[in-house]
Design a protein around this ligand. Structure first.
Ligand code: FHN
Length: 467
């Protein structure tokens, strides 16, 4: 079907069976990932806004923004927020960064405004990353932004207020398992030795940390900042289902509508893919790809490997056409500024989204799938033993009742076969159709109206055309 969606007759035939196709996709995917979940109407209700939102802003911000990828004059490789681990910085030295944290240019309203300009529908910020430092006022540990820094302002509170004022949903990233500041938390092997023996026997009294810091801090997040859209747990090391359940119970008890991501260690509300991983196929299960705009999450001064607006727009539509959400990250500086290139990229995509919103927010997944690409016919596998997938990136399909959106990222090479009544979403210009060999086709006007991505809308029930 490459470059050839079904003809008009075929579409009317195909549409009633789309639901079947989608459930087939879901079956295939769930067979590959996890067992299908039993239907849960309460979870589905909680997920309603999330399924419509599609696009969120991830913010990784903490003390690591100060060294910004360099420790004692030496470049520290890896992710900016992992510097304490990568450079094996002792707790006593790393925590001294707190006395230098004074991001006087932080302005919560501006951050929320950026997310809105970018067309993002929710924000998720690191409330505590693996370094153990809380970006909120915590009674549980003085190692927090109010009690340990000259800044003395509760970053999360300011952001929560700005979000409430502007109608933006706010969620909190919380590293429940790794806490390199705490003797009994997971991950700090350079100060406190290994977490476990090679055969898995725990060497730390991990539950002391969980019950003494992580669980009470999650309670603080759920009681002091208004409605919390979601808690984004991460890297569930040593998180048995029982331990995970304790967090889930806290969330469900304090804020039953708060979503739990897929990295708690017990079942959450939706599936989180690997970092920057976009699955090759669609799924009806709710899912989200967390992704970097350059190569790091926390700010690194040497990372300028920005993805272009075109790449971001493609990934967003690709994800939406597979039924998922895109949580795209920025890493603010130690002064509290979101790097200008990140802002420019996000706003450029935001301008595209303003005119093409209909194809994205609340849109359904592709009923087809051929356009995603294909697995290698020779059965070659990658290093993880997964079958190699060759993605196609020319166009994607999203849907809404009575409409199919064909988003083109390049000029289609051959005339594109479609049913009649098609128009460009950005300016509602009718698409000229041709009859060729008994098929209705169109050729994209060249150059494309928007070279980044041009959306063609096909309305398949004639009477409903609103042009
Ligand atoms: O270790 C973290 C990493 O620093 C970052 O927070 C990402 C975001 O998805 N999560 C972990 C790695 O998967």
């Amino acid at each position: 079907m490459r470059n050839q969606p079904p003809t008009r007759q075929a579409w009317t035939d195909v549409l009633p069976v789309l639901a079947c196709l989608l459930s087939l996709f879901a079956l295939v995917l769930s067979a590959q990932t996890s067992a299908p979940r039993p239907p849960d109407p309460t979870r589905e209700k909680r997920l309603e806004w999330f399924r419509d939102a599609k696009y969120g802003l991830f913010i990784h911000w903490g003390l690591y923004a100060i060294p910004a990828g360099e420790w004692q004059g030496k470049r520290s490789l890896g992710l900016g927020e992992w510097i304490m681990n990568r450079s094996k910085i002792p707790v006593r030295e790393y925590e001294a960064l707190a006395s230098r944290f004074n991001p006087i240019r932080f302005n919560a309203d501006e951050w929320v405004q950026l997310a809105q300009d970018a067309g993002m529908k929710y924000i998720v910020i690191t409330s505590k990353h693996h370094d153990g430092f809380a970006m909120f006022k915590s009674k549980v540990s003085p190692y927090n932004v109010v009690d340990a820094t000259p800044f003395k302002r509760d970053v999360l509170k300011e952001l929560a207020d700005a979000c409430a004022k502007r109608g933006m949903r706010l969620g909190f990233y919380y590293s429940q398992s790794q806490d390199w500041h705490e003797k009994e938390g997971a991950g700090n092997t350079w100060d406190f030795g290994p977490d476990q023996t090679p055969d898995g026997k725990e060497l730390k009294t991990y539950d002391t940390y969980l019950r003494g810091k992580a669980e009470p801090q999650v309670k603080e997040l759920l009681t002091g900042y208004g409605p919390v859209a979601l808690i984004w747990f991460d890297t569930p090391r040593m998180m048995t289902p029982e331990r995970g359940q304790r967090f889930a119970d806290i969330v469900r008890t304090l804020q039953p509508n708060t979503l739990i991501d897929g990295r708690l260690g017990t079942e959450g509300d939706y599936r989180s893919t690997g970092d920057n991983v976009i699955p090759p196929e669609a799924s009806t299960e709710a899912w989200e790809t967390p992704a970097t705009i350059n190569d790091t999450w926390g700010f690194r001064k040497d990372d300028t490997n920005w993805k272009s607006p075109g790449q971001i727009a493609f990934k967003l539509v690709d994800i939406v056409s597979k039924g998922g959400n895109y949580l795209l990250n920025v890493g603010p500086t130690a002064e509290g500024v979101i790097p200008q290139p990140s802002q420019d990229i996000l706003r450029t995509v935001g301008r595209w989204l303003k005119v093409n919103a209909e194809a994205v927010y609340g849109a359904g997944a592709s009923p087809f799938g051929d356009e995603f690409g294909e697995y290698t016919a020779r059965g070659a596998k990658d290093v993880r033993g997964q079958k190699l997938f060759y993605p196609q990136t020319e166009w994607r399909v999203t849907t809404r009742a009575g409409k199919i959106y064909l988003t083109f990222f390049g000029e289609p090479r051959a005339p594109f076969e479609i049913p009649t009544r098609a128009y460009r979403l950005a300016d509602h210009a009718r698409i000229d159709l041709k009859m060729e060999n008994g098929k209705t086709t169109f050729s994209m006007e060249r150059p494309m109206l928007d070279p980044m991505a041009t959306v063609v809308v096909v309305e398949f029930e004639g009477d409903r055309v609103q042009k």
